[in-house]
Design a protein around this ligand. Sequence first.
Ligand SMILES: O=C(O)c1cccc(C(=O)CC[C@H]2O[C@@H](n3cnc4c(=O)[nH]cnc43)[C@H](O)[C@@H]2O)c1
Length: 217
Amino acid sequence: MWLLLSPTALEAPFLRGEPFTFLGRKGLRGEGFLYLETGIGKVNAALTLAAWAGQNPVEKALLFGIAGAYPGTGLAPGAVVLVGEEVEADLGLKAGLEPLGFPALQVGERRYYNRFPLDPGLTQELAQALGLKVVVGLTRDLVSEGPEEAEALARQWGAQVESMEGAAFARACLALGVRGAELRAISNPAGVRDKRAWRVREAVGALEEALGRILKE
Ligand SMILES: O=C(O)c1cccc(C(=O)CC[C@H]2O[C@@H](n3cnc4c(=O)[nH]cnc43)[C@H](O)[C@@H]2O)c1
């Protein structure tokens, strides 16, 4: 059984199930999945997963939604990718958290500063089943407001896609011992604010297709 999460219900209009409310937002009990709308941003993503997993067993979780693609990645609007590793790029100094000396998370001997892997086994399984590329995601509560900013972040952290939730979800999965994967469909070039360059409908259509295949597996 999948726990499916998306930042907004607008990214999941195709899911069908028994509706309920969780933390004031939309939930659905469907066939083979339970869906939660998290709200946008890092805190919403982490607290929704943590609150749910604190009260319910979670076999495997999938965060899905739209995202921006950094320049030079070859990822056009409508492209679907899995995120294998997330960078929390607004934590610590501009250079990250490590210079401050405090890890964001420690699991056993492993210390995590700004980079958080999604579950490698689950991610590879999905990548193979769906024939999808696995990329590095970058997360901030602030979106890139221009191409120069987007390009600089992508170069600094080696990321291909940008969202506002991915790293918080990945970090919460690690902290809670939940197997988690992240699926993103490109809606826009990161750093481009002109909505004429956005393709949200195409991206949501691509999510519908990918999710349909995942739920059939
Ligand atoms: O008005 C803007 O400039 C603007 C830029 C990026 C995103 C938004 C949104 O309102 C959508 C936020 C929502 O969608 C995800 N998302 C989609 N594209 C991006 C992006 O280029 N950078 C960061 N987040 C993006 C995000 O995860 C949120 O859930 C408006």
